[in-house]
Structures are given as structure tokens and as C-alpha cells.
Design a protein around this ligand. Structure first.
Ligand SMILES: [Cu+2]
Length: 160
């Protein structure tokens, strides 16, 4: 870890939306797959569009949701996928950079509290030119893990 971002305790205003446009920047569908109750980390995804004429760069993420939040890229080392923190994520003019499963993502490490599907997690994206942009990540339900919430009523145990 090259640097540690301060934990931000001040929460953002309730007027925040799932989609956000600030100047030439458009952040859409910011989401976090629902972490399991004991998870220490979580990943965040979104699409960042730069409708301007100059490159923009995402240089940091702050959130009260985790002790640290960094942009990670996924790289292949032979057949093994590995994650690596990157200090600056460039969004070229007229382009959209997608943070999505298997690729770029925001890595939240040291979760500070539980998260449930439907929760909105406030975060600040720090851009080199645009400065701080407040967004919210929506916690989305996942299919693959945590069956604890499923209804097993159809599976009767036959006793003995
Ligand atoms: Cu990661």
C-alpha cells in the first residue's frame, strides 16, 4: 500500500443519486455486490464517462464504508488472475471506462460495518481535474454466495 486515505466520517447529503453527472463526468450504476456478513473486503463497480475534451484521472476513493478504498486492476500472471492497486485511472476524453467484475474495480478493504442489499454506500471519488465527486454505491443482491437467506420450506426433513 503506497498511501492510506483518511476515513471520512461525514456522510453525504441525502440528495445523492445512483447516477451522477458533474461537469463533463458521468458516473453510472455504481454498485457493490452484497458482501457476505463476515467479509473483510468488497468490490465496487461503475462506469465513468468523460464527455469533455481533456483526459481525466481518478486518483482516489474515500468512503466511511471501509478503512481503505483503492482502484484495482486485474492482471493475468500466466493462468492466475491477480489484483494490483493503481494510483491513477485515466478516463480518456470521449470515452467510458468500465469497472466491472474480472477487471477494474474499487477494492474496499477493512469494512467498517455490515451492508445489505439495497443499502446505499456513500463514497467520494477524487478526480485530478474535477476534484471530489460524491456518489453512492448501491449494494446489490448476489446469487452465487450466501444461501442463508433462502427459503428451504420445500425441503422437509423426514425426521427419524
Ligand atoms: Cu481488488
Amino acid at each position: 500500500m503506497r498511501y492510506i486515505l483518511p476515513i471520512m466520517l461525514a456522510l453525504a447529503s441525502p440528495a445523492l443519486a445512483h447516477e451522477k453527472t458533474v461537469g463533463d463526468l458521468e458516473i453510472s450504476h455504481a454498485s457493490i455486490p452484497d458482501p457476505t456478513p463476515l467479509a473483510m473486503s468488497a468490490a465496487g463497480y461503475m462506469a465513468i464517462s468523460n464527455n469533455g475534451e481533456t483526459p481525466e484521472e481518478l486518483i482516489g476513493v474515500r468512503t466511511p464504508f471501509a478503512k481503505s478504498a483503492k482502484v484495482h486492476e486485474t492482471i493475468m500472471d500466466g493462468d492466475v488472475a491477480m489484483m494490483r492497486a493503481i494510483d491513477g485511472l485515466t478516463i480518456p476524453p470521449g470515452d467510458t471506462v468500465n469497472l466491472e467484475p474480472g477487471g477494474l474495480h474499487v477494492m474496499f478493504m477493512g469494512l467498517t460495518g455490515p451492508a445489505d442489499a439495497g443499502d446505499m454506500i456513500p463514497a467520494t471519488l477524487i478526480f485530478r481535474n474535477a476534484g471530489d465527486v460524491e456518489i453512492e454505491f448501491m449494494v446489490e443482491p448476489t446469487d452465487e454466495m450466501d444461501h442463508s437467506g433462502m427459503d428451504h420450506a420445500g425441503m422437509e426433513t423426514s425426521g427419524n
